[in-house]
Design a protein around this ligand. Structure first.
Ligand SMILES: O=P(O)(O)OC[C@H]1O[C@H](O[C@H]2O[C@H](CO)[C@@H](O)[C@H](O)[C@H]2O)[C@H](O)[C@@H](O)[C@@H]1O
Length: 252
């Protein structure tokens, strides 16, 4: 008989010694049929602003979205953030840009769009250096889109597949020869004020968030899996974005 997925306890309250790292889709925001259809509730903007003040600025978004998209979603609030699963990072004047897209990616995108066009609701999201093939609103496209991405991978040297929630991405594996994942991004923030010296806390829902969980666990931090129970390195769990909003909105 297969071992049951353990039921994880809720995370402890966020206190003033924490450095808080937050995934976006599926953690702060409810999923929508397409990337452009998400909505950011007013109370969430307020909670993020209040936390930013309370933790002396030690709050960052750690997302698969691009920094430009995160800024648009949260405008006018501009937060420290890592985008494209750690391929880009911004903290004031520090951080690094995403690598340039190789010329071959443009042709791969055009071909992916042709595949997606056969399935109403399927979406190709151009994120610059990364390309995401979405099937949330077109589940029947899942097999064809995944097969396309797997077949296209050898045409993009240095790229790898990034699975996610009803999505498969083609993305650079590394950046400037170094690790480019959510864990590396969190550790880079933790080397900088005002994050340094605090206890890292990271909440996320997806496979890409596992690298973040491992990073905060290694620093005796708090790792929070959001959503349905599954095998994970996280030590704590919350049921979904509404529970995350209540947690980050509560005073320790
Ligand atoms: O790391 P995250 O901040 O969670 O970003 C992961 C991906 O999120 C977006 O896609 C997901 O959310 C969409 C909107 O709810 C949904 O339609 C899609 O099915 C999800 O996979 C975003 O579009 C991707 O670029 C991010 O990598």
């Amino acid at each position: 008989m297969a071992a049951e997925t353990p039921v994880l306890p809720p995370p402890p309250p966020i206190d003033d010694s924490c450095a808080l790292f937050l995934d976006v889709d599926g953690t702060l925001l409810d999923f929508a049929p397409s990337p452009d259809e998400v909505s950011v509730p007013g109370h969430l903007r307020e909670a993020l602003r209040a936390l930013h003040r309370r933790l002396d600025g030690a709050v960052a978004l750690v997302s698969g979205r691009s920094l430009a998209t995160l800024d648009t979603l949260l405008a006018p609030h501009v937060m420290p953030a890592a985008g494209l699963h750690g391929l880009e990072r911004r903290h004031g004047r520090r951080g690094h840009r995403a690598p340039r897209a190789p010329a071959a990616l443009a042709l791969v995108r055009t071909e992916a769009e042709r595949v997606a066009a056969r399935h109403p609701g399927a979406i190709v999201e151009d994120k610059g250096a990364a390309l995401a093939l979405h099937w949330r609103a077109a589940p029947q496209a899942s097999g064809e889109l995944q097969a396309f991405a797997i077949a296209a991978l050898p045409r993009l040297p240095g790229y790898r597949l990034q699975p996610g929630n009803d999505v498969l991405e083609l993305r650079p594996a590394e950046h400037k020869g170094g690790r480019a994942d959510k864990g590396a991004a969190i550790l880079a923030f933790m080397d900088e004020a005002p994050f340094a010296g605090r206890r890292p806390v990271f909440a996320g829902d997806d496979i890409t968030d596992e690298a973040g969980f491992a990073a905060v666990n290694a620093r005796d931090g708090v790792s929070v899996l959001v959503g349905l129970p599954r095998e994970s390195a996280a030590h704590f769990a919350l049921a979904g974005p509404a529970a995350v909003h209540a947690w980050i909105g509560a005073q320790a």
